[in-house]
Design a protein around this ligand. Structure first.
Ligand code: 5CA
Ligand code: ZN
Length: 480
């Protein structure tokens, strides 16, 4: 594609949906032209963001005692059909493999929509004694869901390509509950590394994972004020242990059913990161996940061009030795076109080096997030760049966090909720009764997201539907 064509402007971020779709293409993250609905293609640049993001996820899970493993994609119908609630929740979303060549299969095979029913028959074999517990495994795989709501790249997919699912086994309900808390903490840590602040809440009963005792979730608030569920943690009680017969021998020699949890994150993590930080000029990436962290632009005049290029190469070598991903753009493009290109790609830091800078022994550093210009002395370039990265990471998070605060509205009436959820998330007292929760949702044209894990109650208040006294406030939001 001609560079001039690519320089066509990105729609303003105000028009979020258009901005998002154009950005995925212009920054070369996803190609949406694959001829199956809900399936998209990762460009190499997007895939590099994915790899960096999932390295963070792996690091955080591994260091907290999880082990990565890999289970099959295909699940036999008889295993899939064991857990009644689970089937009910997923039966309309499953793709089935029914034939091998021309022959119908004896037992149809489901493409995993999630892997409980692939993993737990093996857990039945593996879990023998209390000494085997806790068991904490995860896998990063593709899963398939025949979604009927509007599909969107990275957000609602029919092939989720980057489904990280963890499945743990414990001796007691309380141990599993502690695992849920650990998982919420780990996910919060993952999102902190992506500079994405999250809302954490317990889903109402009617919205929990099929087969779970309860579901806690992390949501991001997107630029249009709608929330995106970017991680869920489920306490499975011993519901699956009973259907899959997962038992362990306790220290006193008794056979007991195990308790389980599972939790998942998908490429929605990347959708949230790019949506929250991006701007009218394109991607803004946290340094840790940027495929190119620094771009060096040689400022070349006829005189002294060689020295400038040599200095740029020297800076590149030194930064690379410090593990920084750095490119030199010595192409013939006008400087403006170069800035445009690398800004679109979200490169956190641009270094400009020209003859005058060499005289002063400095590089000019320009931050992608703020546009702030500064000089870094060449002898200290490694340290200078790393300090910039730290400052960028910190201010990305702080900016996103104050934006999030700005979008949460404590309301006392449903009329007010109805208005505020056009801009963000509302909180309102709720007595906890199902019919009141559903009625509230109906009246405001949205739904209860959940009960905040860090209570937002303001003492005794009244449920706006039935008038009962309560100290609980819930989040209400429009959701993706
Ligand atoms: N087995 C459990 C835990 S892994 C499970 O499947 N939970 S889930 O259904 O809630 O999915 C986990 C996370 O995957 C969700 O919180 C959401 O962030 C993401 N997700 C779910 N469906 C899709 C989809 N169609 N496209 C993209 N991401 C999805
Ligand atoms: Zn009520």
């Amino acid at each position: 594609m001609a560079e001039s064509e690519k320089e066509a402007a990105l729609p303003p971020k105000e028009a979020f949906s258009d901005w998002y779709n154009e950005l995925l293409w212009m920054a070369e993250i996803m190609d949406v032209r694959y001829p199956v609905k809900g399936l998209y293609v990762w460009y190499p640049f997007g895939f590099a963001i994915r790899r960096n993001t999932y390295n963070i996820i792996r690091e955080i899970l591994d260091k907290s005692g999880h082990q990565e493993s890999l289970f099959p994609l295909l699940i036999p119908e008889n295993e899939f059909m064991k857990e009644a609630e689970h089937i009910k929740g997923f039966e309309d979303e499953v793709y089935w493999v029914t034939h091998g060549g021309k022959d119908p299969l004896d037992i149809p095979l489901a493409l995993r929509p999630t892997s409980e029913t692939a993993i737990y028959p093996m857990y039945k074999i593996w879990v023998r004694s209390h000494a085997d517990l806790p068991l904490k495994l995860y896998q990063i795989v593709n899963t398939f869901r025949y979604e009927t709501k509007h599909t969107r790249p990275l957000i609602r997919l029919r092939e989720i390509t980057s489904f990280k699912e963890a499945h743990t086994v414990h001796a007691t309900w309380e141990d599993a509950e502690a695992q849920v808390k650990e998982a919420i903490g780990l996910y919060t840590e993952i999102y902190l590394r992506l500079a994405v602040p999250v809302l954490r809440s317990r889903r109402p009963d009617w919205d929990k994972f099929p087969g779970a005792d309860y579901t806690d979730a992390l949501d991001a608030v997107m630029p249009d004020g709608k929330t995106l569920q970017i991680g869920t943690v489920h306490h499975l009680g011993n519901n699956f242990a009973k259907t899959f017969d997962i038992k362990y021998e306790s220290p006193d020699g008794e056979q007991r059913y195990a308790y389980q949890t599972c939790y998942g994150i998908s490429e929605r993590s990347i959708a949230a990161t790019i949506s929250i930080h991006g701007d009218d000029r394109g991607l803004v990436l946290p340094p840790e996940i940027a495929p190119v962290q620094v771009v060096i632009i040689p400022i070349i005049f006829k005189k002294g061009a060689e020295e400038v290029l040599a200095a740029c190469r020297d800076v590149q070598d030194r930064l690379r030795k410090s593990g920084i991903k750095v490119e030199i753009d010595a192409s013939d493009l006008r400087p403006g076109a170069k800035y445009y290109k690398w800004e679109m790609k979200g490169v956190p830091l641009r270094l400009e080096i020209g003859p005058r800078d060499l005289e002063n022994n400095v590089a000019v550093a320009v931050r992608r997030d703020t546009g702030e210009k500064d000089q870094i002395s060449l002898p200290d370039i490694e340290k200078g760049v790393i300090l910039k990265f730290e400052a960028i990471q910190k201010s990305l998070y702080e900016k996103a966090e104050s934006e999030l605060e700005r979008r949460i509205f404590d309301c006392s009436e449903l009329e007010e909720v109805k208005e505020k959820i056009q801009k963000g998330v509302a909180t309102i007292p709720w007595c906890g009764k199902r019919e009141c929760g559903l009625a509230m949702g109906d009246r405001v044209g949205a739904g209860i997201l959940g009960v905040p894990l860090t209570p937002r109650g303001k003492g005794k208040e009244k449920c706006p539907v039935c008038g009962a006294e309560t100290e609980t406030r819930v989040y209400i939001a429009r959701t993706y």
